[in-house]
Design a protein around this ligand. Structure first.
Ligand code: GDP
Ligand code: MN
Length: 395
């Protein structure tokens, strides 16, 4: 499961710039005064853009072309504090205006089906690419990026022109795309999307917008993104990470999973589905669980009041389960989750652990098959199947 660290537009553009790709040039403003001053340094006109991690700002009136520092002041005052896609606008990107001749779409995306990066290009830039892909799929070009040699230029100009790139521009576009592909690999990106890539009246290609996502598993190689990676986690995810685990929240489910091992967690998702349950998350504790860490991760799970049930599944090995059980029990007493909990513990000191669970009134499963624990939780949460539901469950 890949988690993406979304970079701000300014951070993304700084990376483009660092790799020799043209950007409009500008600065971040946090007040109307700053927006006005930056506009002066841009030569008296500018584009004022809300810096929020979501697209569709143009349509929402959050990208404004202004023709004087005082217009910049007014536009900034209007945009700051507004909210877009659930984010409050606290920062603006104030940039030089471009004289736009045409707008294209260009991106490099990590495609798991291709097992590598893929370049996407469309002559229909500035609009939602999904819309173009639906209404005119022939206008979206997809070319795999060679893992070592990058984007191969041999047939690319031809392909670009066939997809609708203006005649004579294919060579320039190829150069831009090759650099973008090289940057995508070097920076461990899941996505680098330039929409629009602007062809200026003077004939240059400039990245007017930029959306970048870094693979969070590669952030250790790019410490400059550490702060963004942390900020992209919610408070629960951050706390679990500080305890050596990983919490992945899932949409629309209502049962919590705690397990020690991501493989087991993934298998449990399938078992839940088969049993008619939907997981709200899965929390992989990581190996070598101690009482303190068990206490910490269980507290995070148990204080989530929106759940309908939870399953703790610990495969012990040499992990001392009596200690783990003490951690679970402590969190259980403190947080008193208002929903049923089933605990499966297999391994060292299992007997003592199970005794401790029954002391606090938590049902345990001591069989090796996790399916048994899932079935027990399902029967507690949904009750015994009867009538039409029972019939459906049996087919
Ligand atoms: P998004 O709507 O959130 O993707 O924001 P964009 O940064 O892509 O901006 C939206 C639109 O504003 C672009 O598609 C352009 O049409 C327009 N735009 C952005 N910068 C400039 C500029 O410097 N000059 C002109 N003329 N238009 C711009
Ligand atoms: Mn855009």
């Amino acid at each position: 499961m890949k988690a993406a660290v979304r970079l701000s537009e300014a951070a993304g553009k700084a990376i483009l710039d660092g790799h020799g790709l043209r950007i409009p040039g500008g600065q971040v403003a946090r007040s109307p005064e700053e927006a006005s001053a930056i506009t002066v340094s841009c030569g008296g006109t500018s584009v004022i853009k809300a810096m929020v991690p979501a697209g569709g700002r143009g349509k929402a009136g959050l990208v404004k072309l202004v023709n004087s520092p005082s217009e910049a002041f007014a536009a900034a005052r209007d945009i700051l504090g507004r909210s877009h896609a659930g984010c409050c606008v606290t920062e603006l990107l104030v940039e030089r205006q471009l004289a736009v001749a045409a707008e294209f779409y260009l991106s490099i995306v990590l495609d798991p089906w291709q097992e590598g990066l893929v370049m996407m290009f469309s002559p229909e830039g500035g609009v939602d690419i999904e819309t173009v892909a639906r209404s005119a799929p022939e206008r979206v070009l997809r070319v795999p990026v060679h893992p070592e040699r990058g984007l191969l230029p041999r047939s690319l100009p031809d392909l670009l022109e066939r997809s609708g790139a203006p005649h004579g521009l294919a060579t320039k576009l190829t150069q831009f795309a090759r650099k973008l592909a090289a940057l995508g690999a070097a920076e461990d990106l899941l996505l680098a999307e330039v929409n629009p890539l602007v062809l200026t009246v003077a004939g240059g290609l400039v990245a007017a917008d930029c959306k970048m996502e870094v693979d969070d598993a590669a952030v250790y190689r790019h410490p400059e993104h550490r702060a963004e990676a942390d900020a992209s986690l919610g408070p629960d995810e951050r706390q679990v990470r500080s305890l050596g685990g990983t919490l992945v929240s899932l949409e629309s489910g209502d049962i919590g999973i705690i397990c020690n091992g991501a493989g087991m967690g993934m298998a449990m998702l399938d078992m839940f589905r088969a049993a008619g349950l939907k997981a709200a998350n899965f929390l992989d504790t990581g190996g070598g669980l101690t009482q303190d860490r068990a206490h910490g991760v269980c507290s995070v799970m148990f204080r989530n009041r929106g759940l309908r049930g939870a399953l703790v599944n610990i495969w012990g090995g040499f992990t001392r389960l009596d200690e783990v059980a003490r951690g679970i029990a402590q969190a259980f007493r403190e947080e008193a989750p208002p929903y049923p909990l089933v605990v499966k513990l297999i391994g060292l000191n299992q007997g003592a652990a199970v005794a401790l669970m029954s002391e606090i009134g938590v049902q345990t499963v001591q069989e090796v098959e996790t399916e048994k624990a899932v079935a027990l939780l399902a029967s507690i949460v949904t009750g015994p199947k009867s009538g039409i539901e029972g019939l459906r469950a049996s087919v």
